[in-house]
Design a protein around this ligand. Structure first.
Ligand code: THU
Length: 160
């Protein structure tokens, strides 16, 4: 038997003030998107803002539906938005903000498994990692270097 260890580094910033001006702007944009989320069923609002290689910021927010499984996650709305409107650009960073209207969420929430898979696919597609910033109610920000860092042993095109 051999043991294979998979490690993920999370950089934790106690305050957004520790971030670059560009990253702060991106988190603000994710916050604006979060406010526009359509989440009447879960009351859990998620906003995403992706910074592209030309500096453009593209937003996404979760879009719920009375037919629950149709709900769209903010991250994948942002990825689709970027891919359709700026097909030549690469996604460099994605900032994710969350707010639960029913309770405090002090800790940043990481993307769900499906969004990790979608971000991972985009990284393969553009041959470049996408840095991820996450923030909850508090000023604390988590940063990981890529979507694939959040999806160890992920399934990808190499298997097909
Ligand atoms: N949601 C996201 O937008 N992104 C995630 O990564 C996790 C979940 C949304 C989907 C649904 O509208 C609500 O949050 C509760 O699951």
């Amino acid at each position: 038997m051999r043991l294979r260890k998979l490690e993920t580094n999370i950089r934790i910033y106690d305050s957004v003030d520790e971030l670059s001006a560009a990253d702060q702007t991106l988190l603000q944009s994710a916050g604006q998107a979060m406010d526009l989320a359509y989440a009447p069923y879960s009351n859990f609002k998620v906003g995403a803002a992706a910074q592209l290689s030309n500096g453009t910021i593209v937003q996404g927010a979760n879009q719920e539906n009375a037919a629950y499984p149709m709900c769209l996650c903010a991250e994948r709305v942002a990825l689709g938005n970027a891919s359709l409107n700026y097909p030549e650009q690469k996604l460099e960073v994605i900032a994710i903000r969350v707010r639960n209207e029913n309770k405090a969420v002090p800790e940043p929430a990481a993307p769900c498994g499906s969004c990790r898979q979608a971000i991972s696919e985009m990284e393969d597609r553009q041959q470049q990692p996408i840095r991820i910033l996450m923030q909850g109610d508090d000023s604390t920000v988590y940063e990981v270097e890529s979507g694939q860092a959040l999806l160890p042993l992920g399934f990808n095109r190499d298997f097909l």
